[in-house]
Design a protein around this ligand. Structure first.
Ligand code: PMP
Length: 399
């Protein structure tokens, strides 16, 4: 009997599996709207000019590659704190935030999950219904029981807010609540500022543990605007977790650049929390890689590059918004009836189309248009060259 005889074949990842299917598709008109990746007007993954400039500086410097500290590059961690909380915020100036460089946003979530499992082994984790597919798997694999709180209301294409609050209010103290800071994945539907206030008050009243996932800062309305919910948590005086991803905002998907920040009640607490985060890291992958974080730290701390980045980020954000408007026009031209204004109201990379799994499968098999079976399509992968084709395909399966 071989050692692996009983190993079962795991299902393909729902989104990365789609990519494999897309790559194998021979339809010349195929369009990949599955994975959350921004492509430019030519359908190409951009290399930002600020990234190229920072990279050139780094390559020209021919630096040796020693191990980084377990928690990553100090200047990087500091720059992350500035972006997420504001460099002048009390929590940062008082040293109350423990920040570590992580392997993408996913790595930040996982380091936080592993730390929380030691701190609160019996806590439940609540994720939004629906949520990014990997939230459930990641927290389940960290050993938690994962449940959902109501979030998206298909009837109104908005937030099922009363039901969401009711679920939070009925959860035992210590329950970990994963929240999307902005550009909710997959729905594109975010909480309003007033709704955040109510969510935060409920979390505070019931002693819940907030874990804010910020994977799209700058893709909704702007860097500060998209960080507003984090500032509201700060104003409430809560201890909380924030994971950061630069995959999208720097178009550095493959470099795995992200972070985890834990806001604590005192500087002393933050240093103890940091020491525990370092144990999680040390026993998983020892210390993080240099290249991507050096690029991000260089861009964020060099005023000219930082300004260039903000401009390029705004360019991506505005192009997505333009594509949302153009998609509505093209769908209307293709004969799709009804109120399509939800497409322009949704934020970030995705649109939750409301198409059924069967319709999404038809889009793939008949048209080579790849979206997720939940009906999620990546509007950041639309461009003037594929838009009319995609709209006609959607109209055909909607008829
Ligand atoms: N959280 C959410 C909500 C995401 O959409 C993503 C990326 N798809 C991540 C986390 C992970 O980001 P990264 O690719 O940097 O690990």
């Amino acid at each position: 009997m071989s050692l692996f005889a009983s190993v079962e074949l795991a299902p393909r990842d729902p989104i990365l599996g789609l990519n494999e299917q897309f790559n194998a598709d021979t339809n010349p008109a195929k369009v990949n709207l599955g994975v959350g990746v921004y492509t430019d007007e030519n359908g190409k993954l951009p290399l930002l000019a600020c990234v190229a400039a920072a990279e050139k500086q780094l390559v020209d410097a021919h630096k040796a590659r020693g191990y980084l500290p377990i928690d990553g590059i100090a200047a990087y961690d500091k720059a992350v704190q500035g972006l997420v909380f504001g460099a002048d915020s009390d929590v940062v100036t008082q040293g109350r935030v423990a920040t570590i460089q992580a392997l993408g946003g996913t790595g930040g979530l996982k380091v936080g999950a592993d730390f929380l499992k030691r701190l609160r082994p019996d806590a439940k984790v609540l994720i939004s219904d629906p949520s990014w597919e990997n939230h459930r798997a990641l927290f389940t694999n960290a050993g938690f029981a994962v449940e959902q709180y109501p979030y998206y209301d298909a009837a109104t294409r908005g937030v099922a807010f009363d039901a969401m609050i009711a679920k939070l209010a009925a959860s035992p103290a210590g329950t970990i609540v994963v929240l999307h800071a902005c550009c909710h994945n997959p729905t594109g539907v975010d909480l309003s500022s007033e709704q955040w206030d109510k969510v935060i008050a409920t979390i505070k009243q019931h002693g819940l543990v907030p874990f804010v996932d910020m994977a799209y800062q700058g893709f909704g309305f702007g860097i500060a605007e998209d960080g507003a919910a984090v500032r509201q948590f700060l104003a409430a005086g809560l201890d909380f977790f924030v994971s950061t991803s630069f995959s999208k905002s720097f178009s550095l998907y493959g470099e795995r650049v992200g972070a985890l920040s834990v806001v604590c009640s005192s500087k002393d607490e933050a240093s103890r929390v940091l020491s525990q985060l370092k144990i999680v890291i040390r026993t998983n992958y020892s210390n993080p890689p240099t290249h991507g974080a050096q690029i991000v730290a260089t861009v964020l701390t060099t005023p000219a590059l930082r300004a260039q980045w903000e401009g390029e980020l705004a360019g991506m954000r505005e192009r997505i918004k333009r594509m949302r408007g153009a998609l509505v026009d093209q769908l209307t031209n293709a004969g799709v009836k009804g109120d399509l204004s939800y497409i322009v109201k949704q934020n970030g990379m995705f649109s939750y189309s409301g198409l059924s799994a069967t319709q999404m499968q038809r889009l793939r098999s008949e048209f080579g248009v790849y979206g997720v079976d939940s009906g999620r399509i990546c509007v950041a992968a639309l461009n003037d060259g594929n838009l009319a084709y995609v709209a006609k395909a959607i109209a055909a399966v909607s008829a």
